[in-house]
Design a protein. Structure first.
Length: 270
């Protein structure tokens, strides 16, 4: 399988690094990147082939990964319109629907839409994927192989669910960072220095996440096990309930999903 990346940003770098680390041949990876410094860094770091523009040799591949900003996508893929044959095209552009992308590509339909999140930069991401019906099992497997280079992958049967994926896991790290930020602040307010508060907050979140991942029980049960009646945890959770913490998180995620739908409509407008 030969892969060409259009764009060489952070996510593309992470995917390339993950693929090479998992044994994918660097000689089978090409990157079309306008920035000369980025091209040099990619060549030096991974030994991949790079191109300054849409050279025909770059598109002699099986999979094209679109790793450019959503608002720049229409212009970036214009040279490909009507030129593609059986290549699988994998988009990692947040919010951009496949109907718009297909139109910009001259009707090409072997398309997969994905939504990775920023922990992918350290190989710990989770990606939602959706494929058009024209993508066969081999195509789906190829897309999954690319995205699993930086974490795990979850398929969805309806493209409308991708806006919810963006809201839950795409934006989700920001919600976790906010919680860590609040936990650190509370620690400092209670007399810890910056490093003590940081370590306690981050390692608590890391440990709790690992426990939730490894336990067969739902998060609600794990929470209940930590919460003794009349104890310190119960006191904290009671105040958080009064402040509407859980409801605020749920409402925030729903707002993110609604904004994703809106942005998708804007991105696809010709």
């Amino acid at each position: 399988m030969k892969i060409t990346f259009l764009g060489g940003g952070n996510m593309a770098n992470a995917l390339i690094g993950g693929l090479v680390a998992k044994g994918f041949a660097a000689a089978d990876i090409a990157v079309v990147e306008l920035n000369a410094d980025n091209r040099s860094k990619l060549e030096a770091a991974y030994g991949v082939r790079t191109y300054a523009g849409p050279d025909a040799a770059a598109w002699a591949c099986d999979v094209i990964v679109l790793a450019v900003k959503p608002q720049s996508m229409k212009e970036a893929v214009a040279p490909l319109a009507g030129q593609l044959q059986q290549q699988l095209v994998v988009s990692i552009a947040a919010g951009l629907n496949l109907a718009s992308l297909s139109r910009w590509l001259g009707g090409h339909r072997r398309l997969v839409r994905t939504m990775p999140n920023t922990p992918a930069l350290i190989g710990a991401g989770v990606t939602g994927l959706y494929a058009l019906p024209e993508v066969d099992e081999a195509g789906r497997a190829a897309a999954q192989r690319v995205l699993e280079a930086v974490g795990s992958a979850v398929w969805f049967a309806d493209e409308s669910q991708m806006d919810a994926v963006t809201a839950v896991s795409g934006s989700g790290p920001a919600y976790v960072f906010l919680f860590i930020e609040a936990l650190q602040q509370a620690g400092k307010d209670l007399g810890f220095d910056d490093e003590q508060a940081r370590r306690l907050a981050i390692e608590t979140v890391l440990g709790a996440a690992r426990l939730a991942a490894q336990s067969p029980d739902p998060a609600s049960v794990l929470r209940e096990r930590v919460t003794s009646k009349g104890g310190t945890t119960a006191a904290a959770l009671a105040v958080m309930a009064e402040q509407g913490v859980k409801e605020g998180i749920v409402a925030g995620v729903k707002a993110a999903e609604a904004r994703g739908v809106e942005l998708g409509q804007q991105l696809g407008a010709d």
